[in-house]
Design a protein around this ligand. Structure first.
Ligand SMILES: [Zn+2]
Length: 429
């Protein structure tokens, strides 16, 4: 199935946490005939056109074997990230205050905090129980309005619209979840055990977070917009997945890597700065019947990666924040992101390859470079390209409200980005 904005919003709404995002990708991969491999076990020989994937926590790597020897034909890679800034529960979150039950939270990534106030919030993530053969992971998705962070009445802070909103992260973010909860069991354990039908004393660990409940929609007069949470960066995960499913089998091995932990710097065992992607690529090279000296290193040298993360579209009310000649438009096509100090991995060559791919498909391409007097954000591109020595371009679809609880992008960009990814993953560029 080719990428559409309607399908993207379904994908996002089924993915309140990185673990659910991985699960949504797995369901589609399995439906397309991909089979799961385990990092712990020996892998079979891989036939041309076969699709496989591995997953580790909130990270998934999937690939379809090309017709060429991976050392000589290389990989075509699309990278993205499954995580989004949000509020996450502390290990023992629950406490009582002034007749109310609250949960202590940690801020994950660069959250635009004011947008989390006065929202109806659900609870999602994963919990672990002890099974006969070790720990068992259970996904949790409680999509009903359990929690809310009420804003302070303007009567107590009359100058907030002039002086700015400056919440204290420890004191002002804990949501209210109940009027005094007086059962022996915590409200968290009660909700989880009810949701996955377990006794709460079986739960031995959790990674839980809050998510907004308002459904994603197509908006605007002609449905030209997408209003949704987590567009950064589930929209890129979605177009990477659909691009892989649509790509023809070319000579290179087509691989997508959807990483967790980008929003906190990518430094984890399975993040963009972890060893997982290198392990997987090495194993793909070594499972091929043709072996040669320096196989993995040759494969890296023959590879090309699209690092895909959302891009800053020009905001009409704040257009002064963009450089005059680098103002990507919503709906204007994929954006190439360039930063000479390597906050983006793009260079002249990798950008040229991406532009050529867009031109072959008659897809417009836009350019972003930050104003020279502003600090530039970054993404997985510089990290994975420096670890793997793979030529990389950083690209994304234009969006507004980045890191808000509810973001905005353009419907038209979805199919364009998926098509370019399919073209490159198919080895045509
Ligand atoms: Zn991002």
């Amino acid at each position: 199935m080719s990428a559409t904005p309607h399908d993207l919003i379904k994908f996002i709404d089924s993915s309140p946490s990185p673990y659910h995002c991985v699960q949504a990708v797995v369901q589609r991969l399995v439906g397309a005939g991909f089979s799961e491999l385990s990092s712990e076990l020996v892998w079979p020989k891989m036939g041309v056109g076969e699709g496989h994937f591995i997953r580790r926590n909130g990270t998934l790597i999937a690939w379809r074997n090309g017709s060429g020897d991976p050392a000589g034909a290389g990989f075509r890679v699309v990278g993205a990230h499954t995580d989004s800034p949000n509020l996450r529960l502390k290990p023992t979150p629950e406490y009582q205050s002034h007749g109310l039950t609250q949960w202590g939270v940690q801020v994950y990534g660069g959250v635009l905090l004011y947008t989390w106030f006065d929202r109806d919030l659900g609870l999602s993530g994963r919990v672990f129980t002890q099974g006969d053969d070790g720990l068992v992971e259970h996904l949790v998705n409680i999509s009903r309005p359990i929690a809310r962070i009420p804003s302070l009445a303007i009567h107590f802070n009359r100058s907030v619209s002039e002086t700015g909103f400056k919440p204290n992260k420890q004191d002002h973010l804990p949501p209210l979840v109940a009027l005094d909860w007086d059962l022996e069991q915590s409200a968290v354990d009660h909700l989880i055990s009810e949701s996955i039908e377990l006794d709460s004393d079986q739960i031995v660990g959790h990674d839980l977070m809050l998510h907004p409940l308002a459904p994603s929609v197509l908006g605007g007069v002609r449905e030209e917009f997408i209003f949704a949470p987590r567009l950064d960066n589930q929209a890129s995960c979605y177009t990477a997945l659909e691009g892989l499913l649509d790509a023809k089998v070319g000579e290179p091995t087509a691989l997508i890597s959807l990483f967790d932990h980008e929003e906190c710097g990518s430094g984890s065992a399975h993040g963009g700065d972890g060893a997982l992607i290198e392990h997987v690529m090495r194993r793909i090279v070594t499972r091929h019947e043709v072996q040669s000296d320096g196989g993995f290193e040759r494969a890296a040298a023959n590879s090309y990666m699209i690092s895909s993360d959302m891009a800053h579209g020009v905001h009409p009310n704040y257009s002064a924040y963009h450089d005059g000649a680098h103002k990507p438009l919503l709906g204007g096509g994929p954006v190439i992101k360039t930063h000479t100090n390597q906050r983006y991995a793009t260079d002249g060559e990798t950008a040229a390859r991406f532009r050529t791919a867009c031109a072959a498909l008659d897809i417009p391409v836009q350019e972003f470079a930050i104003r020279t007097d502003l600090r530039c954000g970054s993404t997985i591109g510089p990290i994975t390209s420096s670890n793997l020595a793979i030529r990389t371009v950083d690209v994304g679809c234009s969006m507004l409200s980045m890191h808000s609880i509810r973001e905005q992008a353009a419907s038209a960009d979805v199919a364009m980005m998926a098509a370019v990814k399919a073209h490159v993953l198919g080895g045509s560029n």
